[in-house]
Structure formats: C-alpha cells, structure tokens
Design a binder for this molecule. Structure first.
Ligand code: 5GP
Ligand code: ZN
Length: 139
C-alpha cells in the first residue's frame, strides 16, 4: 500500500494517530472530522496515499465513493439532517488542506450558514466521539 510518512491521513490509516473511526474495509477507512462544520461531518479515505482526484486510480475512488455512501446513509439515519453534501476539495485553491484524496460527508440544515470555504474550528471531542459511537452502531 502506497504510504507517505508525512501525511496525517496515512498516519490515521496506520493507527499512529487516533481517530473516531466509523467504518473500515480492506481498501478504505472513514472517521469523524475533528473540525466539524456541522455535527456528523465525516471523512472517507482510501488506505493508499494518492494526492488528489487526478492521481487516485479509478478503482480506489470507486471504493471511497461506495464507503462514503455507506457512511452517508448511517449519518442520515442517526441525525436526520435536512440535506447532505458529499464534497471533495481538489487543490489548494479549492481549500484542499490534506493532500491525501478524501471525501467529506457533511450534514446540512436549512439556513445553517455554511459557505464553501470554512475556517477550521476544533470541535468538542467528547461530543464527536459520542456521535461516532451512535453512527458506528448502525453500520
Ligand atoms: P480538506 O480541506 O483537505 O478537504 O479537508 C481536510 C479535513 O481534514 C479538514 O476538514 C480537517 O478538519 C480534517 N483534519 C485535519 N487533520 C485531521 C486529523 O488529525 N484528524 C481528523 N479526524 N481530521 C483532520
Ligand atoms: Zn496519505
């Protein structure tokens, strides 16, 4: 599996830094974003390191997308948001900050004020962990 020792998501994949894991299969892992723009904000990555949409192999992006759909359904059942964004930020101008391809699952609410470019604000880790438990429980 391709791995970048300086990549934060590769470290999460390797178990070298902790995460609130939601789902894992042979190819992918999904976990809670620690700077959630809304409660239930989750990230899905392939275990192999590829920078972006242009470098990730087709089979890998297919695996990530299938896992994202699983996670999105579990988040939807758990939180019942009014809507959901499946988002991939590609390149620094699009606010990609972690250069390991990933998809965001972002629950949305009417007039939640969310715009495309948000600031990173650390969430309450107890609340994020408790929510991870609820979502994981139905997967
Ligand atoms: P991007 O802007 O690259 O599309 O999104 C990267 C996301 O990774 C951000 O939403 C950020 O909050 C999240 N993130 C960065 N570092 C960590 C980390 O160590 N753990 C977790 N769970 N999320 C992280
Ligand atoms: Zn990586």
């Amino acid at each position: 599996m391709i791995n970048d020792p300086d990549c934060i998501f590769c470290k999460i994949v390797a178990g070298d830094i902790p995460c609130f894991k939601l789902y894992e299969d042979d190819a992918t892992i999904a976990f809670m974003d620690i700077n959630p723009v809304n409660p239930g904000h989750a990230l899905i990555v392939h275990k192999a390191h590829h920078k972006d949409l242009f470098e990730i192999p087709a089979d890998n992006i297919a695996s990530v997308t299938l896992s994202a759909q699983k996670v999105a359904k579990a988040v939807q059942t758990t939180l019942k948001p009014a809507g959901m964004n499946l988002l991939q930020c590609n390149g620094s101008a699009a606010k990609q900050s972690v250069m390991h391809f990933h998809m965001h699952v972002i629950p949305r609410h009417i007039e939640d004020g969310l715009t495309m470019n948000w600031e990173l604000v650390q969430g309450d880790l107890d609340k994020i962990g408790a929510l991870a438990e609820r979502i994981r429980g139905i997967m």
